[in-house]
Design a protein around this ligand. Structure first.
Ligand code: GRF
Length: 199
């Protein structure tokens, strides 16, 4: 059997997507490492519970963002990570990190991209904007990360209805449920492709 593909996760918050990825038991994948960019976030507790090694790496400890991403990439590579999943990671990914993992960084966004993406479109802001625009439908998108926010090639989407009287929280919960399904499914597909392209 092929060696499992090492996955690293970057998160900034609660980490429910991180947990859903690990718990999915994706064949051919090994979750090697979680990096969070601030101390005390929920994702760290989940990593402990799930037995995944985790590290806090704070951007302010470095001269600039590029140095921060060099350090994160180095820690990932040391642990055999070859696919990076962003799971509620709120910082813009810099070009030097993308060059270390070309086409191998995935993100999940809680809206139907290309709508409701880009700078400032994160967390509750996304769902507020969807409701304010009077959309009948929202959902989530898994995409490859490139040098622009919420922009790279789309790999999968799942739709949910916007219901009368929805609040941002109610809509967020409906979308999150779908995130927990399509992210592991998509990572599994990517892993299978990566396995096929190995010599
Ligand atoms: C999710 O909606 C994710 O799509 C977005 O931020 C939220 C994070 O949730 N980027 P969690 O930290 O995975 O629980």
């Amino acid at each position: 059997m092929n060696k499992p593909i090492g996955i690293g996760v970057l998160a900034s918050g609660g980490g429910s997507n991180f947990e859903s990825l690990v718990k999915a038991g994706i064949p051919g994948a090994k979750f090697r490492f979680l990096v969070v960019n601030k101390p005390g976030v929920g994702a760290l507790d989940r990593a402990k519970r799930l037995g995944v090694e985790a590290l806090v790496i704070e951007p302010r400890a470095f001269a600039d963002r590029s140095a921060f991403y060099d350090a994160v990439a180095g820690e990932m590579e040391k642990r055999g990570v070859s696919l990076v999943c962003l799971a509620g990671f709120l910082l813009m990914i810099e070009p030097n990190f993308i060059r270390r993992f070309p086409g191998r960084i995935l993100n999940i966004h809680p809206a139907l991209l290309p709508k409701f993406g880009g700078k400032g479109m994160w967390g509750h802001h996304v769902h507020e904007a969807v409701l304010a625009a009077g959309e009948k439908e929202s959902g989530c998108t898994v995409h490859v990360v490139d040098e622009q926010f919420d922009h790279g090639p789309i790999l999968a989407q799942a739709q949910v209805p916007v219901l009368p009287g929805d609040t941002p929280d109610a809509l967020a919960a409906r979308v999150l449920e779908q995130e927990h399904t399509i992210y592991p499914e998509t990572v599994w597909k990517v892993i299978r492709k990566m396995g096929e392209s190995k010599p």
